[in-house]
Unconditional design. Structure first.
Length: 122
């Protein structure tokens, strides 16, 4: 390894990278890394870069199914429901989206579920 502050050549850095590629970290080392990064605050610029890097990324159907399964059946707190409601209040939908909603609500199974929800709220 080079002494502190010494610039490494691109070739040397490539050799170091190749030697470390595929190396498995021990569970203890992974725990230490996790602990060192826990609670780390990122600058607004860094957060914007991280956000931009994830934009447009398509999730695999398997990942989407896992995410859906993990959230299925979870009850939202009244505060969270109020926040969601407030964030969607006054939101304008495009004509295409409104047509899709209308078609969805006209399905018999959806209509039955909506009616069941209304009955259970009374």
């Amino acid at each position: 390894m080079a002494s502190k502050g010494t610039k490494l050549s691109a070739e040397h850095r490539a050799k170091i990278s190749a030697s470390k590629t595929g190396k498995k970290l021990s569970p203890e080392h992974r725990a230490k890394l996790s602990a060192s990064h826990t609670g780390k605050k990122f600058s607004p610029e860094h957060r914007a870069k991280m956000s931009a890097s994830q934009k447009g990324k398509k999730l695999s159907p398997e990942t989407r199914a896992k995410m859906s399964a993990s959230k299925t059946g979870k009850k939202l707190s009244p505060e969270h429901r109020a926040k969601l409601s407030a964030s969607h209040t006054g939101k304008k939908f495009s004509p295409e989206h409104r047509a899709k909603l209308k078609a969805s609500h006209n399905k018999p199974e959806t209509r039955a579920k909506i009616e069941q929800d209304l009955i259970s709220k009374k």
